[in-house]
Design a protein around this ligand. Structure first.
Ligand code: SF4
Ligand code: SF4
Length: 347
Protein backbone atom coordinates (compact mmCIF):
# COMPACT_ATOMS: atom_id res chain seq x y z
CA UNK A 1 0.00 0.00 0.00
CA UNK A 2 1.36 3.50 -0.82
CA UNK A 3 2.55 5.69 2.06
CA UNK A 4 -0.23 7.55 3.89
CA UNK A 5 0.47 11.22 3.19
CA UNK A 6 -2.57 13.17 4.41
CA UNK A 7 -4.68 12.54 7.48
CA UNK A 8 -8.02 14.22 8.11
CA UNK A 9 -8.69 13.99 11.83
CA UNK A 10 -12.08 15.00 13.22
CA UNK A 11 -10.80 15.94 16.66
CA UNK A 12 -14.29 16.40 18.12
CA UNK A 13 -17.91 16.03 17.12
CA UNK A 14 -18.84 18.87 19.47
CA UNK A 15 -19.90 22.00 17.65
CA UNK A 16 -21.20 25.41 18.62
CA UNK A 17 -23.31 25.66 15.45
CA UNK A 18 -25.97 23.53 13.77
CA UNK A 19 -25.44 24.59 10.17
CA UNK A 20 -27.97 23.62 7.55
CA UNK A 21 -25.15 22.76 5.13
CA UNK A 22 -23.38 20.38 7.53
CA UNK A 23 -22.54 16.97 6.01
CA UNK A 24 -21.37 15.68 9.41
CA UNK A 25 -24.64 16.44 11.18
CA UNK A 26 -25.53 12.80 11.86
CA UNK A 27 -22.46 12.58 14.08
CA UNK A 28 -22.82 16.04 15.57
CA UNK A 29 -26.50 15.54 16.42
CA UNK A 30 -26.03 12.05 17.85
CA UNK A 31 -26.68 12.15 21.64
CA UNK A 32 -23.50 11.79 23.72
CA UNK A 33 -22.79 8.07 24.08
CA UNK A 34 -20.35 6.03 26.09
CA UNK A 35 -17.60 6.46 23.55
CA UNK A 36 -15.14 9.19 24.47
CA UNK A 37 -13.00 11.40 22.27
CA UNK A 38 -9.50 10.06 21.77
CA UNK A 39 -7.35 11.44 24.56
CA UNK A 40 -4.07 13.21 23.90
CA UNK A 41 -2.19 10.08 24.94
CA UNK A 42 -4.25 7.91 22.59
CA UNK A 43 -3.66 10.40 19.78
CA UNK A 44 0.05 10.29 20.51
CA UNK A 45 -0.06 6.49 20.25
CA UNK A 46 -1.75 6.74 16.83
CA UNK A 47 0.77 9.34 15.62
CA UNK A 48 3.70 7.25 16.86
CA UNK A 49 2.65 4.36 14.60
CA UNK A 50 1.89 6.43 11.51
CA UNK A 51 5.33 7.37 10.27
CA UNK A 52 5.90 10.47 8.23
CA UNK A 53 2.89 12.51 7.02
CA UNK A 54 2.84 15.46 4.64
CA UNK A 55 -0.22 17.18 5.98
CA UNK A 56 -2.74 17.02 8.77
CA UNK A 57 -6.24 18.49 8.61
CA UNK A 58 -7.88 18.87 12.01
CA UNK A 59 -11.59 19.20 11.60
CA UNK A 60 -14.76 18.58 13.57
CA UNK A 61 -17.26 19.69 14.82
CA UNK A 62 -15.50 22.89 15.67
CA UNK A 63 -11.83 21.94 16.20
CA UNK A 64 -11.11 24.96 18.43
CA UNK A 65 -13.46 23.48 21.04
CA UNK A 66 -10.69 20.96 21.82
CA UNK A 67 -8.74 22.45 24.69
CA UNK A 68 -5.62 20.53 23.66
CA UNK A 69 -5.65 21.48 19.96
CA UNK A 70 -2.12 22.95 20.02
CA UNK A 71 -0.86 19.85 21.88
CA UNK A 72 -2.42 17.58 19.26
CA UNK A 73 -0.59 19.53 16.55
CA UNK A 74 2.66 19.28 18.50
CA UNK A 75 2.34 15.49 18.95
CA UNK A 76 1.74 14.94 15.23
CA UNK A 77 4.60 17.27 14.39
CA UNK A 78 6.99 15.40 16.67
CA UNK A 79 5.90 11.93 15.56
CA UNK A 80 5.05 12.46 11.87
CA UNK A 81 7.21 15.46 10.88
CA UNK A 82 4.22 17.10 9.18
CA UNK A 83 4.92 19.99 6.82
CA UNK A 84 1.50 21.61 7.01
CA UNK A 85 -1.51 21.77 9.29
CA UNK A 86 -4.93 22.79 8.04
CA UNK A 87 -7.56 24.04 10.49
CA UNK A 88 -11.05 24.71 9.14
CA UNK A 89 -13.20 26.69 11.57
CA UNK A 90 -16.58 28.39 11.73
CA UNK A 91 -14.77 31.33 13.35
CA UNK A 92 -17.18 31.72 16.27
CA UNK A 93 -14.54 31.41 18.99
CA UNK A 94 -12.82 34.71 18.27
CA UNK A 95 -10.99 34.86 21.60
CA UNK A 96 -9.58 31.37 21.17
CA UNK A 97 -8.58 31.12 17.50
CA UNK A 98 -5.92 33.83 17.59
CA UNK A 99 -4.00 32.61 20.69
CA UNK A 100 -4.17 28.96 19.62
CA UNK A 101 -2.83 29.78 16.14
CA UNK A 102 -0.12 31.88 17.76
CA UNK A 103 0.83 29.02 20.06
CA UNK A 104 0.98 26.51 17.18
CA UNK A 105 3.19 28.83 15.13
CA UNK A 106 5.44 29.45 18.13
CA UNK A 107 5.77 25.78 19.12
CA UNK A 108 6.12 24.36 15.59
CA UNK A 109 8.51 26.57 13.64
CA UNK A 110 8.73 25.57 9.99
CA UNK A 111 5.18 24.21 9.83
CA UNK A 112 2.79 25.90 7.44
CA UNK A 113 -0.50 26.67 9.18
CA UNK A 114 -3.57 27.15 7.02
CA UNK A 115 -6.66 28.47 8.76
CA UNK A 116 -9.85 28.28 6.71
CA UNK A 117 -12.73 30.37 7.99
CA UNK A 118 -16.21 29.67 6.65
CA UNK A 119 -18.33 32.42 5.13
CA UNK A 120 -21.21 31.09 3.08
CA UNK A 121 -22.59 34.37 1.87
CA UNK A 122 -23.02 38.01 2.76
CA UNK A 123 -24.30 38.56 6.30
CA UNK A 124 -27.99 37.60 6.05
CA UNK A 125 -27.36 34.65 3.70
CA UNK A 126 -24.51 33.29 5.82
CA UNK A 127 -26.48 33.56 9.06
CA UNK A 128 -29.46 31.81 7.47
CA UNK A 129 -27.35 28.93 6.16
CA UNK A 130 -25.46 28.61 9.42
CA UNK A 131 -28.69 28.81 11.39
CA UNK A 132 -27.33 31.42 13.81
CA UNK A 133 -27.72 35.20 13.77
CA UNK A 134 -24.37 36.85 14.48
CA UNK A 135 -22.28 34.01 13.04
CA UNK A 136 -21.12 36.12 10.08
CA UNK A 137 -19.99 38.96 12.33
CA UNK A 138 -18.16 36.58 14.64
CA UNK A 139 -16.25 34.94 11.77
CA UNK A 140 -15.35 38.34 10.34
CA UNK A 141 -14.18 39.53 13.76
CA UNK A 142 -11.99 36.41 14.00
CA UNK A 143 -10.47 37.05 10.57
CA UNK A 144 -9.73 40.65 11.56
CA UNK A 145 -8.26 39.65 14.92
CA UNK A 146 -5.77 37.47 13.04
CA UNK A 147 -4.48 40.27 10.79
CA UNK A 148 -1.50 41.16 12.94
CA UNK A 149 -0.46 37.56 13.43
CA UNK A 150 -0.75 36.95 9.68
CA UNK A 151 1.52 39.89 8.90
CA UNK A 152 4.07 38.79 11.49
CA UNK A 153 4.04 35.10 10.52
CA UNK A 154 4.71 34.15 6.89
CA UNK A 155 3.91 30.52 7.85
CA UNK A 156 0.26 31.45 8.52
CA UNK A 157 -2.18 31.49 5.65
CA UNK A 158 -5.80 32.52 6.14
CA UNK A 159 -8.43 31.45 3.63
CA UNK A 160 -12.13 32.11 3.43
CA UNK A 161 -14.07 29.06 2.28
CA UNK A 162 -17.62 28.97 0.97
CA UNK A 163 -19.91 25.99 0.48
CA UNK A 164 -21.99 26.65 -2.62
CA UNK A 165 -25.56 25.36 -2.79
CA UNK A 166 -28.62 26.33 -4.78
CA UNK A 167 -29.52 28.71 -1.93
CA UNK A 168 -26.42 30.93 -1.95
CA UNK A 169 -25.43 30.53 -5.61
CA UNK A 170 -26.28 34.13 -6.46
CA UNK A 171 -24.61 35.50 -3.36
CA UNK A 172 -21.16 33.99 -3.99
CA UNK A 173 -19.88 36.77 -6.26
CA UNK A 174 -21.13 39.59 -3.99
CA UNK A 175 -19.39 37.76 -1.14
CA UNK A 176 -16.20 37.40 -3.21
CA UNK A 177 -16.21 41.18 -3.80
CA UNK A 178 -16.87 41.84 -0.12
CA UNK A 179 -14.05 39.56 1.04
CA UNK A 180 -11.55 41.06 -1.41
CA UNK A 181 -12.44 44.59 -0.30
CA UNK A 182 -12.77 44.05 3.45
CA UNK A 183 -10.60 41.22 4.73
CA UNK A 184 -6.86 40.91 5.10
CA UNK A 185 -6.67 37.25 4.03
CA UNK A 186 -4.80 35.14 1.47
CA UNK A 187 -7.63 33.79 -0.63
CA UNK A 188 -11.26 32.83 -1.01
CA UNK A 189 -12.21 29.36 -2.22
CA UNK A 190 -15.82 28.47 -2.98
CA UNK A 191 -16.61 24.79 -3.63
CA UNK A 192 -19.86 22.87 -4.19
CA UNK A 193 -21.89 21.39 -1.33
CA UNK A 194 -20.95 17.74 -0.78
CA UNK A 195 -22.50 14.84 1.07
CA UNK A 196 -25.93 14.92 2.69
CA UNK A 197 -26.66 18.31 4.21
CA UNK A 198 -28.53 18.60 7.54
CA UNK A 199 -31.21 20.45 5.60
CA UNK A 200 -32.29 18.03 2.86
CA UNK A 201 -33.74 20.94 0.88
CA UNK A 202 -30.19 22.10 0.11
CA UNK A 203 -28.50 20.71 -2.96
CA UNK A 204 -25.29 21.47 -4.84
CA UNK A 205 -25.41 23.72 -7.90
CA UNK A 206 -26.10 22.05 -11.24
CA UNK A 207 -23.13 21.48 -13.53
CA UNK A 208 -24.17 24.41 -15.70
CA UNK A 209 -24.66 26.72 -12.70
CA UNK A 210 -21.24 25.70 -11.43
CA UNK A 211 -19.61 26.17 -14.83
CA UNK A 212 -20.92 29.75 -15.03
CA UNK A 213 -19.94 30.53 -11.44
CA UNK A 214 -16.46 28.99 -11.88
CA UNK A 215 -15.83 31.11 -14.99
CA UNK A 216 -16.72 34.22 -12.97
CA UNK A 217 -14.62 33.15 -9.97
CA UNK A 218 -11.38 32.44 -11.83
CA UNK A 219 -10.45 36.13 -12.22
CA UNK A 220 -10.82 36.49 -8.43
CA UNK A 221 -8.35 33.62 -7.97
CA UNK A 222 -6.00 35.39 -10.37
CA UNK A 223 -6.17 38.54 -8.24
CA UNK A 224 -5.59 36.64 -5.00
CA UNK A 225 -2.53 35.00 -6.54
CA UNK A 226 -1.22 38.36 -7.75
CA UNK A 227 -1.36 39.59 -4.15
CA UNK A 228 0.70 36.58 -2.96
CA UNK A 229 4.45 36.41 -2.56
CA UNK A 230 4.76 33.56 -5.12
CA UNK A 231 6.92 33.88 -8.21
CA UNK A 232 5.20 34.52 -11.53
CA UNK A 233 5.66 30.90 -12.58
CA UNK A 234 4.21 29.52 -9.34
CA UNK A 235 1.27 31.88 -9.62
CA UNK A 236 0.59 30.67 -13.16
CA UNK A 237 0.81 27.01 -12.10
CA UNK A 238 -1.45 27.60 -9.09
CA UNK A 239 -4.00 29.32 -11.32
CA UNK A 240 -3.99 26.39 -13.74
CA UNK A 241 -4.56 24.04 -10.78
CA UNK A 242 -7.59 26.06 -9.67
CA UNK A 243 -9.02 25.94 -13.16
CA UNK A 244 -8.44 22.20 -13.43
CA UNK A 245 -10.04 21.60 -10.03
CA UNK A 246 -13.04 23.73 -10.94
CA UNK A 247 -13.33 21.71 -14.16
CA UNK A 248 -13.36 18.51 -12.11
CA UNK A 249 -16.16 19.85 -9.92
CA UNK A 250 -18.18 20.58 -13.05
CA UNK A 251 -17.48 17.14 -14.45
CA UNK A 252 -18.66 15.41 -11.26
CA UNK A 253 -21.73 17.66 -10.92
CA UNK A 254 -22.64 16.67 -14.49
CA UNK A 255 -22.65 13.04 -13.39
CA UNK A 256 -19.26 12.24 -14.95
CA UNK A 257 -16.47 10.20 -13.45
CA UNK A 258 -13.08 11.44 -12.27
CA UNK A 259 -10.30 11.08 -14.84
CA UNK A 260 -8.28 9.12 -12.25
CA UNK A 261 -9.17 6.57 -9.55
CA UNK A 262 -9.85 8.09 -6.13
CA UNK A 263 -7.02 7.32 -3.70
CA UNK A 264 -9.15 7.41 -0.51
CA UNK A 265 -7.67 5.01 2.02
CA UNK A 266 -4.39 4.73 0.14
CA UNK A 267 -2.52 7.95 0.72
CA UNK A 268 -5.28 9.92 2.47
CA UNK A 269 -7.65 8.73 5.21
CA UNK A 270 -9.97 9.94 7.95
CA UNK A 271 -9.78 9.43 11.71
CA UNK A 272 -12.83 10.27 13.82
CA UNK A 273 -13.09 11.56 17.40
CA UNK A 274 -13.92 8.10 18.83
CA UNK A 275 -11.11 6.36 16.90
CA UNK A 276 -13.16 5.16 13.95
CA UNK A 277 -11.24 5.09 10.68
CA UNK A 278 -12.84 5.82 7.32
CA UNK A 279 -11.32 5.88 3.87
CA UNK A 280 -13.04 9.23 3.35
CA UNK A 281 -15.70 11.31 5.10
CA UNK A 282 -18.51 9.89 2.99
CA UNK A 283 -17.79 6.17 3.30
CA UNK A 284 -18.54 3.94 6.34
CA UNK A 285 -15.97 3.16 9.07
CA UNK A 286 -13.55 0.32 8.26
CA UNK A 287 -12.29 -0.17 11.82
CA UNK A 288 -11.29 1.60 15.00
CA UNK A 289 -7.77 2.39 16.21
CA UNK A 290 -8.83 1.53 19.78
CA UNK A 291 -9.36 -2.05 18.63
CA UNK A 292 -6.09 -2.16 16.66
CA UNK A 293 -3.50 -1.10 19.23
CA UNK A 294 -3.79 2.46 17.85
CA UNK A 295 -2.33 1.29 14.58
CA UNK A 296 -4.24 3.18 11.91
CA UNK A 297 -2.21 1.59 9.13
CA UNK A 298 -3.26 -1.86 10.39
CA UNK A 299 -6.92 -0.77 10.12
CA UNK A 300 -6.27 0.42 6.56
CA UNK A 301 -4.66 -2.94 5.80
CA UNK A 302 -7.81 -4.86 6.87
CA UNK A 303 -10.35 -6.60 4.65
CA UNK A 304 -13.05 -3.88 4.99
CA UNK A 305 -10.57 -1.20 3.96
CA UNK A 306 -9.39 -3.28 1.01
CA UNK A 307 -12.97 -3.68 -0.21
CA UNK A 308 -13.60 0.04 0.31
CA UNK A 309 -10.52 0.98 -1.71
CA UNK A 310 -11.68 -1.18 -4.55
CA UNK A 311 -15.07 0.61 -4.55
CA UNK A 312 -13.35 4.02 -4.30
CA UNK A 313 -11.55 3.46 -7.58
CA UNK A 314 -14.75 4.09 -9.51
CA UNK A 315 -16.30 6.63 -7.11
CA UNK A 316 -16.59 10.40 -7.75
CA UNK A 317 -17.16 13.40 -5.52
CA UNK A 318 -16.18 17.07 -5.19
CA UNK A 319 -14.12 16.87 -2.01
CA UNK A 320 -11.11 19.12 -2.67
CA UNK A 321 -8.71 17.29 -0.29
CA UNK A 322 -9.28 13.97 -2.02
CA UNK A 323 -9.22 15.48 -5.50
CA UNK A 324 -5.96 17.32 -4.75
CA UNK A 325 -4.34 14.15 -3.43
CA UNK A 326 -5.68 12.17 -6.41
CA UNK A 327 -4.26 14.72 -8.85
CA UNK A 328 -0.85 14.58 -7.18
CA UNK A 329 -0.89 10.76 -7.25
CA UNK A 330 -1.60 10.37 -10.95
CA UNK A 331 1.10 11.77 -13.25
CA UNK A 332 -1.28 12.33 -16.18
CA UNK A 333 -3.75 14.30 -14.04
CA UNK A 334 -0.91 16.18 -12.37
CA UNK A 335 0.55 17.29 -15.69
CA UNK A 336 -2.89 18.27 -16.99
CA UNK A 337 -3.55 20.29 -13.87
CA UNK A 338 -0.45 22.41 -14.51
CA UNK A 339 -1.12 23.10 -18.15
CA UNK A 340 -2.90 26.21 -19.36
CA UNK A 341 -6.26 25.48 -21.01
CA UNK A 342 -6.24 21.79 -20.03
CA UNK A 343 -9.61 21.88 -18.33
CA UNK A 344 -11.21 18.63 -17.30
CA UNK A 345 -14.06 18.10 -19.71
CA UNK A 346 -17.53 16.86 -18.91
CA UNK A 347 -18.29 13.36 -20.10
S1 SF4 B 1 -20.69 22.72 9.15
FE1 SF4 B 1 -19.00 22.85 10.60
S2 SF4 B 1 -19.58 24.52 11.96
FE2 SF4 B 1 -21.44 23.86 10.94
S3 SF4 B 1 -22.41 22.34 12.28
FE3 SF4 B 1 -21.11 21.23 10.80
S4 SF4 B 1 -19.14 21.01 11.83
FE4 SF4 B 1 -20.28 22.59 12.93
S1 SF4 C 1 -14.60 9.84 -4.63
FE1 SF4 C 1 -13.25 9.12 -3.00
S2 SF4 C 1 -13.36 10.74 -1.45
FE2 SF4 C 1 -15.13 10.99 -2.80
S3 SF4 C 1 -16.82 9.84 -1.84
FE3 SF4 C 1 -15.81 8.48 -3.30
S4 SF4 C 1 -14.30 7.36 -2.09
FE4 SF4 C 1 -14.87 9.16 -0.91
Amino acid sequence: MPRLRDLIFFVTRRCNLRCRICFYSQEIDRPPGREKELSLEEIDAVAARLGRLDSLLLSGGEPFLREDLADICARFHRRCRIASIHLPSNGLLTDRVNPVCKEILHRLPGVRLILSLSLDGTEAVHDRLRGAPGSFRAAVETARALSTLRRESPALRINIITVVSGENLHDVLPLADWVAANLDVDGHGPSPLRGLARDPALSPPTAEEWRRLAAALLPYHQRWLERSRRSRLRRALAFNRFRYLYGLYGRVLAGGTLPFPCTAGKNIAVLEPDGNVRLCELTPPVGNVRHSRFNLKAVLGGADARRGRQAARSCSCTHACFLERGIRSHPGAFLSSLMPRMEARHD
